[in-house]
Design a protein around this ligand. Sequence first.
Ligand SMILES: [Zn+2]
Length: 400
Amino acid sequence: MIDRERLERRMTELARIGGQDTAVSRLGLSADEQRARDLVGAWLSKRGAHVRRDAAANLFARFGGEGKVILVGSHLDSVPEGGRFDGALGVLCAIEAVESLVDAHVRLRRPVEVVAWADEEGARFGVGLFGSAAMFGRLASSIGDRRDRDGVSIAEALRALGERGDPAAARRDPAELAAYLELHIEQGPRLERAGLPLGVVSDIVGIYHARVTIRGRADHAGATVMTARADALAAASEIVLAVERIARARPDSVGTVGEIAVRPGAKNVVPGESLFSLDLRAARDHDGLVREVLTSVTTIAGSRGVEASVDELARVPVTSLDPKIREVLRHATRSVGVDAPELVSGAGHDAQNPALSGVPTGMIFVRSTGGSHTPREFASVDDAALGAQALANAIRELAS
Ligand SMILES: [Zn+2]
């Protein structure tokens, strides 16, 4: 049985690290994230787990002996001015689920490890899903040299936490794992609208991140006639609208330009250069969406006499979660009285890395109100306890 009070007490205690009122700023690979790891590591070692940290600052707490591992967890970092639940709830519910099995003296045939992934959000270094990508060998080779705004590299940040500065050394053979389970707040309004506390994730959208540079020609805004201009911002604007039109016309697709800069940036100068971000996500035919947008970038630049270059920062394909694990999770949620709908996740998750490495992977969503990545995000203790119980039931089914 889930100890609701223990879960609630720990939710409060963890939220104090980097927290102020309902806001949490606990950046990946920071001293605060480390304090959070130390706190949950202490809870788990008190219950007899073997606790260790790997070269990417991921925390593992192992219960049980030999054989393929059931790995269950989420992340402890947040975005700046984020909330108390994104990531943290998944770690807390994983701990509570495993502890409830220990409390009940359930004999597990397989070892179970609780994991707290490091730096999922990538808020500081721009590398999302850092810890899980390191464990599954999916980091770019020069990643340790990437720097934050203050010039501190990832390698240096890891050394400051007592590691050796080589995240690639965190790599572990996916064949060691029997399954990976993650509970996470939904980050969308679908469960709230449906009046349901839990959902089961079917797919995680494909994600493409890029930075686009448009080079036109800076000219005098008074003396340059309209037909003689190569206006970089006008071209970028046309592309922004094309992204919107293309994403709207395709099923289960979203496209966002969230950042844009103009150079030289003066009211009486025709924009010579424009830089903007591209965020393209789709649950189906993600490659087709990316291709269509990139074609329109080339076409619009050509027709306006400007140059466009695209710097691809990340490309993660659509991840379908394991059908058998989905069935186990549906069964586990039914056993706590919830007819959980299958949902597509529009946000990226650590679960993508094990899933793309061939580990049978599943995710439970917990209803959250007030959005996510904001101090308003909120999951109730009742919903969290239901989620933890479902997770415990799934672990029990997979591990015994
Ligand atoms: Zn998260």
